[in-house]
Design a protein around this ligand. Structure first.
Ligand SMILES: [Zn+2]
Length: 185
């Protein structure tokens, strides 16, 4: 499937490395938490420390999509389709949401930056890029409750994900992996 054929895109949060390719999806509707839009356009963005992982053009672009009727706002937990739901976690950003998807191995949770690496979740430590440390730590419990086991949780930025799961195909080696099978490690 080409990106211009994609109909729905879940934006876990608006940091530039998670929202920078929105224009590649001209026909898509974007699913975003209310709180993430409020956070990315509100008082906290006046602080350099909190704004640095946002690109103002991505945020303004998302505002434009709101006016085009192409953003569906979610609040808390919401089912997008049978076996596919989003869940507000917060912590890393005020409105971060993780994604829960039913696969042939059961419920898998795409944590996004609710857990940067496996180690954060496993050791209960916070990642320094954080809005609310307490929510981040509580979020680890939320991820565990949503997933069938800790091995069903996929952290947002851990290179081990690419090592533990098989490539989708030969041409996608090093780019995309299958998460519907158990990890090797
Ligand atoms: Zn982030």
């Amino acid at each position: 499937m080409r990106s211009d054929e994609v109909r729905d895109v879940i934006i876990t949060h608006l940091h530039y490395d998670h929202a920078g390719t929105v224009t590649d999806f001209p026909k898509a509707t974007f699913h975003l938490q209310d709180e993430e839009m409020s956070y990315a356009t509100g008082r906290y963005m006046a602080h350099k420390h909190l704004q640095h992982a946002y690109d103002v053009d991505d945020v303004v672009g998302m505002v434009r999509l709101v006016y085009e009727g192409r953003v569906v706002f979610r609040q808390g937990s919401a089912e997008l389709a049978p076996g596919l739901s989003v869940h507000h976690v917060g912590g890393h950003t005020a409105g971060l949401q993780s994604v829960r998807v039913f696969t042939k191995r059961g419920w898998v949770v795409l944590a996004s930056d609710a857990s940067h690496f496996y180690e954060h979740l496993e050791t209960g430590r916070g990642f320094p890029n954080v809005f609310h440390l307490g929510e981040m730590l509580e979020g680890y419990n939320k991820l565990r409750a949503l997933a069938d086991s800790p091995r069903h949780i996929i952290p947002g930025h851990d290179p081990l994900v690419m090592a533990r799961y098989p490539a989708v195909s030969g041409t996608l080696e090093g780019i995309a992996v299958r998460l519907d099978v158990m990890p090797s490690g």
